[in-house]
Design a protein around this ligand. Structure first.
Ligand code: HEM
Length: 420
């Protein structure tokens, strides 16, 4: 791209960005539009109040752009599992998404399955079990850091380093491969943050730099593992290069596997500790019965999930829950709202780690795009919470919590704690 083209693209991008911000502010503040409010301060502070306003309006609520939205658990699940919906229109230009190509997360069938099949072996029960000792070792080291009576930020000192350590290991990234693991983690975190969209020109530039640097790192690692395979994800992927998948497809798959497991897991850990600190009787119960850690994670995923929404587009005219849905119309699936649906979860606003989940929450989505990393995320979060309850039963909040400014990804940015 020439400098002139670059500058034109930058100006067009910033105009678009500010137009969309102004429009959200106008519709949210002046018109009191619930979907605009979800993307503003109110949605960040308490999206659940907005979901509660939407619920009585019916299973599918029209949005101001002519699309539909739902907080209904069974409607959302049926859209996610329906073959009559997908992640982008079947024909015509791809989505208007301002994000990177996120490999099979961004694909309909048959491309979705062709690509997902390549990465899936790295998440088999055997592989995931194999990550256990690495996770335990990481958790133990991180607890040593938090422990000691000083006020620490739980997010930066525990919740963030854990998934970074696990993913670095999963890819087989190490200094031996000539890769600077700190730079890898920094670039990964930058891209992970982009799941919520691009916020400024500076942000766009940082993301481009991070994507380019990661591309170089992955390319190098894939070449190394192609000739000298190890027991890691990169070796699994390298074996498929040129056979099932083109090189550039492999690159976006690496980026997907990196960003999908980063911010999501950080925020699951943050949301879990925050909920347990806000419900001291539940924390006490967990310290008495640490084996409830897995259930506490499921309850966090239902009650305050890290991924608040996704969307699907209709491939054909059809009827959903008694409403006409036209071809190419989008349905916004408010996953955070579906966890509070009283017809799926009795007394849904109550956070209760002993709740037996008769119904599966949608925090990991459903259907063909069901989170590939769910078993790994569950294992990581469960080990972390169990060990925190055993080793740091006295952990307490030690100051005001700052929430992330993003609205698609939800969780604390800073959570000060002390652990005597
Ligand atoms: C708490 C942690 C996590 C949450 C809440 C989460 C949530 C989700 C959700 C909601 C989707 C589907 C989005 C949609 O249907 O549009 C998804 C897809 C995906 N996730 Fe996760 N995720 C988590 C952790 C992870 C981890 C640790 C990894 C891998 C290391 C991962 C890899 C993926 C991949 C590859 C997909 C795309 C699946 C497909 O399109 O077939 N996720 N995740």
């Amino acid at each position: 791209m020439s400098i002139v083209q670059d500058a034109r693209a930058a100006v067009a991008f910033s105009q678009e960005l500010y137009r969309s911000k102004l429009s959200t502010a106008y519709h949210g503040k002046v018109r009191h539009d619930p979907f605009a409010r979800l993307r503003m301060g109110e949605g960040r502070d308490n999206p659940y109040a907005v979901y509660a306003e939407l619920r009585p309006q019916g299973p599918l609520v029209p949005t101001r752009l002519g699309n539909l939205a739902t907080v209904d658990h069974s409607v959302a699940r049926s859209v996610l599992t329906s073959r009559a919906f997908g992640v982008r229109p079947l024909e015509g230009p791809s989505t208007t998404s301002e994000q990177f190509d996120l490999s099979f997360l961004d694909r309909n069938e048959p491309d979705h399955s062709r690509l997902r099949r390549v990465a899936a072996p790295a998440f088999s029960p055997r592989m995931v079990r194999g990550y256990r000792s690495r996770i335990e070792e990481l958790v133990s080291g991180l607890i040593d850091e938090v422990h000691g009576g000083e006020t620490t930020d739980f997010v930066s000192s525990f919740a963030a380093p854990l998934p970074i350590g696990v993913i670095t290991r999963m890819f087989g990234i190490d200094e031996d491969a000539g890769i600077d693991t700190t730079a890898f983690a920094r670039y990964g975190a930058a891209l992970g943050g982009s799941l919520d969209g691009i916020h400024s020109l500076r942000h766009a530039r940082e993301l481009m730099e991070a994507a380019t640097a990661l591309g170089t790192m992955f390319d190098r690692l894939l070449r190394l593992r192609a000739v000298d395979p190890r027991d890691d994800l990169t070796s699994v992927l390298a074996a498929e290069r040129d056979d099932q998948v083109r090189s550039e497809e492999l690159m976006s798959m690496c980026i997907l596997l990196l960003v999908a497991g980063f911010e999501t897991t950080v925020n699951l850990l943050g949301n879990a500790l925050l909920a347990l600190q806000d419900h001291p009787e539940q924390w006490r119960l967990l310290t008495e019965q640490p084996e409830l850690a897995g259930q506490a994670i499921e309850e966090t995923l239902r009650w305050n999930p890290p991924v608040q929404r996704t969307e699907r587009v209709a491939f054909e005219d059809q009827e959903v829950a008694g409403t006409r849905v036209r071809k190419d119309q989008w349905i916004l699936l408010l996953l955070g709202g579906t966890g509070r649906d009283p017809s799926a979860f009795p007394d849904p606003d109550r956070f209760d780690i002993t709740r037996s989940h008769g119904t599966e929450h949608l925090a990991f989505s459903s259907g063909i795009h069901y989170c590939l990393g769910a078993p790994l995320a569950r294992l990581e979060a469960t080990i972390a919470l169990e060990q925190l309850a055993i080793r740091l039963p006295g952990i307490r909040r030690a100051g005001p919590v700052t929430m992330r400014r993003t609205t698609l990804i939800r969780g604390p940015l800073h959570l000060p704690v002390t652990a005597p």
